[in-house]
Write a protein that binds this ligand. Structure first.
Ligand code: DX5
Ligand code: ZN
Length: 225
């Protein structure tokens, strides 16, 4: 079955059993592992840093998609690269030197991503399109799992898809992704679906597998249409 890339967000995992949870979503069909880093400053919540990324790195070969919700991000890029991140995404709102951050990420041999909050205009990334491998469109305000999808982000996603043209850039959506919202996100042009609560609900590996398949399946009509 073809379908979008599915990136479970471990923010919604059972954190007391984080390693087992990473292995479980890997075995149940996750394409990437999405790791949300929060600093209690750029967003009103705290999670983890490079040591946790390094600790779970040996447990899976799937790409680590590290979403940095931190400001400043630049002082920490190298530590996340060394910890085993494959993709490092910084927020356009996190600092004045986005171009420098993206160059730094690529210079470490990692895929460079840029994320936009719901209120941020797509023009903010118009001049860095040749420096990014991934664009993350936030479909909730970042900071927490389990929030409601913001549908206004879809028009922006579609415009970003047009701006990209033929460049080899993947577009990712993050926040409030369910089997219902997944279909509209893919229809608007998303290649990658990040999902936390929709994947980790059920709290056991078989449920994660069903949830991942349900998301892929929900998006298929949008791809065919
Ligand atoms: C929110 C994070 C998301 C979050 C998504 O700030 O960036 O990755 O885990 O969680 P759900 O899928 O539950 O909205
Ligand atoms: Zn995220």
């Amino acid at each position: 079955m073809t379908g979008p890339i599915i990136a479970p967000s471990i923010l919604s995992a059972d954190l007391a059993r984080l390693g087992e949870e990473v292995r479980a979503v890997d075995h149940q069909g996750a394409d990437w592992i999405h790791i949300d880093v929060m600093d209690g400053h750029f967003v009103p919540n705290l999670t983890w840093g490079p040591p946790v990324v390094a600790a779970i790195r040996p447990l899976t070969r799937k790409p680590f998609d590290v979403h940095l919700m931190i400001a400043p991000a630049d002082p920490y890029l190298e530590a996340f690269a060394k910890a085993g991140a494959d993709h490092i995404t910084v927020h356009v709102e996190a600092g004045p030197h986005l171009d420098r951050s993206l160059q730094a990420i690529r210079s470490m041999g990692k895929k460079a991503g840029v994320a936009l909050n719901p209120a941020t205009h797509e023009n903010s990334i118009a001049h860095v399109l040749d420096r990014v491998d991934l664009i993350l469109v936030m479909t909730v305000n970042p900071g927490f799992g389990g929030q409601a999808f913001i549908p206004q982000a879809l028009a922006k996603l579609a415009r970003i898809r047009q701006m990209i043209g033929a460049r080899p850039i993947l577009v990712e959506v993050d926040g409030g992704i369910t089997t219902i919202t997944a279909a509209s996100a893919v229809k608007a042009g998303a290649d990658v679906l990040v999902a936390g609560s929709a994947i980790f609900k059920g709290s056991k590996p078989e449920a994660y597998g069903e949830n991942i398949r349900a998301l892929k399946q929900a998006a298929v009509p949008a791809i065919v249409a």
